[in-house]
Design a protein around this ligand. Structure first.
Ligand code: GLA
Length: 383
């Protein structure tokens, strides 16, 4: 690959991270979610390199290089490489037009923090190659193949939310996505005097992937029990509270709690979408607290650091809502906070958090932004 300063890209792709206001772990249960793409992204510079099957990928932040032979793709032992390899494999499965290319990646998204840098990486790569070689894949196919790549090469049994939000996001809009039909509504985010503040615990507890997958298995186990009575049910989406109560005695208590959380969370997401449409941020914020409570006690996917941050915010009138976001066991909280208090609050909570855990947190504002997009560069611009 050319040295960086000689790299004349044909296409530049911006692929954003995402936030999710509410709808924690509902996506892989065919439920509802309320995410948005954000104004923090991964940038990709692409060009064809004239070979039939050699791809050179460079990660600027990590100063890592990956050379892939399209004829010999297999999973790697290096974590980040699997996101790339997985997407390439999915593209090859869907098209015979992919050829060799060079790509430089630079990211402003913290990794493993719950802002879904992984979906941004997968979708940006898939989107760029789709443009570069005119593969004619739709936005939905890009989101789906990126999700499949993560499931197959990375091993997380994730849902579609992150990839969908990263690809379909729009400026100042929140997506109310039905993960069963894959239809969505765009709801304007009218924050007025409020802001979205992300607070990163800067912890990522071990085994988070296996715990994540375990939750998905527990939900499936619940569905199996419910199916004994209601055989048309194929996911928790088709289950009501009264149906769950009817079969409660046949389930392990833990499986019951997981299912109960998902059913209640789906109700919360639908309510939250209504509150957002009516610009009732106060009631919207309340639901974020309820969501966190469910994730903490029923779904058991939180951790002390996340709980500390959410509890701390509860004493502040200027914070309308707060909850953990993403896969769990670390990463970020999402907070809705009155704009005049942002700076002092960051100072205060940073100090309290450091006193408690001896860890420094990171805090930054984000805004709902447009999804994966590209710029085609002309020959003149390249020179
Ligand atoms: C991760 C997964 C998503 C979703 C969230 C939890 O970000 O990739 O599919 O399940 O966790 O809401």
């Amino acid at each position: 690959m050319n040295k960086e300063n000689n790299f004349n890209p044909e296409i530049i792709v911006d692929s954003p991270g995402r936030i999710n206001f509410i709808g924690g772990h509902t996506d892989y249960n065919n439920g509802f979610v309320l995410p948005a793409a954000i104004d923090k992204k991964i940038k990709f510079e692409f060009k064809k390199n004239g070979t039939t099957n050699i791809c050179n990928v460079q990660s600027k932040n990590y100063n890592k290089f990956l050379v892939v032979d399209l004829a010999k793709i297999k999973p790697s032992t290096e974590g980040w490489e699997n996101y790339i390899l997985g997407v390439l494999q999915q593209l090859l499965d869907r098209s015979d037009r992919v050829r060799g290319f060079d790509c430089i990646i630079s990211s402003e998204l913290p990794i493993g923090s719950g802002l879904s840098s992984s979906a941004a990486l997968e979708c940006g790569l898939a989107y760029g190659i789709n443009q570069l070689f005119d593969l004619r894949l739709s936005k939905l196919e890009i989101a789906q193949l990126s999700r499949d790549a993560e499931q197959e090469y990375v091993g997380t049994k994730c849902g579609i939310m992150d990839q969908y939000a990263s690809v379909f996001g729009e400026e100042n809009m929140v997506l109310f996505l039905d993960c069963l039909s894959l239809e969505y509504q765009l709801i304007p985010m009218q924050l007025t005097d409020y802001r979205v503040l992300i607070i990163n615990t800067n912890v990522e507890h071990n085994l988070s992937t296996s715990h994540y997958n375990k939750r998905s298995e527990e939900c499936e186990e619940g569905v199996e029990v419910i199916r004994e009575k209601y055989n048309s049910v194929s996911s928790l989406r088709g289950v009501t509270l009264s149906m769950l109560e009817e079969v409660k005695e046949f389930m392990l208590p833990i499986v019951y709690q997981r299912c109960l959380y998902i059913i209640q969370e789906n109700e919360r997401v639908q309510k939250a979408a209504e509150y957002l449409k009516n610009n009732n941020l106060k009631s919207f914020g309340e639901l974020l607290y309820q969501c966190h409570k469910g994730l903490r006690y029923q779904y058991e996917i939180s951790c002390n650091e996340l709980d500390f941050l959410v509890d701390f915010s509860k004493e502040k009138d200027f914070v309308l809502g707060s909850r953990m976001m993403g896969g769990g066991f670390g990463g970020c909280t999402i907070n809705i906070i009155q704009k005049d208090f942002v700076e002092t609050y960051i100072k205060e909570i940073s100090q309290a958090y450091e006193d408690e855990f001896n860890i420094k947190l990171d805090a930054f504002q984000v805004a709902p932004s447009k999804g994966t997009n590209h710029q085609l560069l002309t020959i003149q611009e390249n020179r």
